[in-house]
Design a protein around this ligand. Structure first.
Ligand SMILES: CC(C)(COP(=O)(O)OP(=O)(O)OC[C@H]1O[C@@H](n2cnc3c(N)ncnc32)[C@H](O)[C@@H]1OP(=O)(O)O)[C@@H](O)C(=O)NCCC(=O)NCCS
Length: 138
């Protein structure tokens, strides 16, 4: 893909990113901004300045392994631009970023019905861990 740029999210990306996220995930209607910090931030993929991909990184500390890791979420690519390796390029960007950020491992979750996503993660070196993901709403 020509003109593909992968970079960190900036506030000016907000409207386009929210539009993209709404197409793929169940997110709140009244988000006014995405709260980023030093350890939690977005990555966007753009082509000709149009945002075509997004993912979020949360850098977390595991005190028992004494190491930092990334948790990735909201990985998505605009449906018109899927299967053009943009997801792979965003992950490669994350891997390179992680190498310069003292990261020991990267985790994410994905429903088994998200077949393209599961293929993408396996293809890029993630392995499926034998664990269940639980959530309790409060
Ligand atoms: C998952 C997603 C981000 C991948 O982005 P992408 O830019 O298309 O990724 P890539 O082109 O780098 O790789 C996609 C791979 O999935 C494969 N694929 C596509 N549809 C597939 C399917 N139904 N079943 C299995 N593999 C599939 C492609 O062939 C490609 O693999 P290949 O390179 O070996 O041919 C994108 O499909 C997406 O946004 N999906 C909707 C949101 C989503 O499910 N996000 C994940 C949340 S965990």
């Amino acid at each position: 893909m020509d003109n593909l740029v992968i970079r960190k999210y900036v506030n000016e990306d907000f409207n386009e990113v929210i539009k993209l996220l709404k197409k793929h995930f169940n997110i709140s209607d009244n988000i006014k901004s995405i709260d980023d910090s030093l350890n939690s931030f977005g990555i966007v993929a753009t082509t000709d300045k149009k945002i075509v991909g997004y993912l979020r990184i949360d850098k977390l500390y595991n005190p028992f392994k004494k190491c930092y890791y990334y948790f990735l979420s909201y990985v998505c690519v605009d449906s018109i631009y899927q299967n053009m390796s943009i997801g792979t390029k965003m992950l490669e960007f994350v891997f390179n970023y992680a190498k310069n950020d003292s990261i020991s491992y990267i985790e994410l979750t994905s429903r088994s019905s998200r077949e393209a996503a599961n293929h993408l993660y396996l293809k890029n070196g993630f392995v499926i861990r034998d664990t269940n993901v639980f959530r309790k709403d409060i």
